[in-house]
Design a protein around this ligand. Structure first.
Ligand code: ADP
Length: 244
């Protein structure tokens, strides 16, 4: 459903991704782990072209971008519509209520009718456990609640795949669980997800495939059991040992 082949990106002289391949089948959850600075977030941002790779081919459903060729804004927009993104720091509009944050995309980008968008947004806020917070502004919500609004906002655009960029790392520890629970529910319902996270228990429980990245390469990939119980590469072992 989503694939990248031989993805390369550099910022100035800094080579950050050095030939990354990734395949995500429909309904699967791929979790990306690895040390800070290994290129995890950059890879995720390349998947919805928030960063433009220097080389590589990205395919989502039947849409393909070859980054060695000229790419138009229209190409980028139509591919980006297939993805939803959940950011580390939520990125909600501060002057919009929870409901308005969720309806904004459908109304302005998808040109949906306001009433229809509101009905759907209400359902999605209910789904993430915030049915009673529709009229709250971000400053009136906890970090965990803000992030759940962020997830509802991503879902409102009917994405084929949701990209999660360290969705719980800005949260106080006691708020992490409620966000992970929403993500687990989505995975169980068959949402296709690519998740960058440091939450190893989430990876063990939910991932169909785990990728370990270091230095701009995917060093190792496999089932949670392959990676966490039988890592093959020295660098994977070192990384996992450091966490224990
Ligand atoms: P990770 O998510 O694994 O911590 P990142 O993808 O955030 O790693 O970053 C990988 C490297 O790329 C880091 O050295 C970071 O400083 C650099 N980097 C990321 N984005 C940019 C950018 N827009 N401009 C310059 N350097 C960047």
């Amino acid at each position: 459903m989503l694939s990248v082949k031989d993805l390369h990106i550099q910022f100035g002289n800094l080579k950050v991704l050095k030939g990354v391949d990734l395949n995500v089948d429909k309904g699967k959850v791929v979790v990306i782990i690895g040390p800070s600075g290994s290129g995890k977030t950059t890879l995720l941002r390349c998947l919805n072209v928030l960063e433009t790779p220097n080389r590589g081919v990205l395919t989502i459903n039947d849409q393909t971008l070859d980054f060695t060729e000229t790419i138009t804004k229209k190409d980028i927009r139509s591919l980006r519509r297939l993805t939803g993104m959940v950011f580390q720091t939520y990125n909600l509009f501060p002057h919009f209520t929870a409901l308005q944050n969720v309806t904004e995309g459908p109304i302005t980008v998808q040109k949906r009718k306001k009433e229809e968008a509101q009905k759907k947004a209400s359902e999605l806020l209910q789904k993430v456990g915030l049915g009673d917070k529709e009229q709250y502004y971000p400053f009136q919500l906890s970090g965990g609640q803000e992030q759940r609004v962020g997830i509802a906002r991503a879902l409102a655009m009917d994405p084929e795949v949701i990209l999660f960029d360290e969705p719980t790392s800005a949260l106080d520890p006691e708020l992490v669980g409620e966000v992970l629970q929403v993500m687990k529910d989505l995975a169980r319902e068959g949402m296709t997800m690519v998740v960058v996270t440091h939450e190893m228990n989430f990876a063990k429980e939910v991932a169909d495939e785990v990728l370990f990245m270091d230095g701009g390469h995917v060093i190792e990939r496999g089932t949670p059991s392959d990676i966490f119980e039988h890592p093959q590469h020295e660098r994977t072992k070192q990384f996992l040992n450091l966490l224990n």
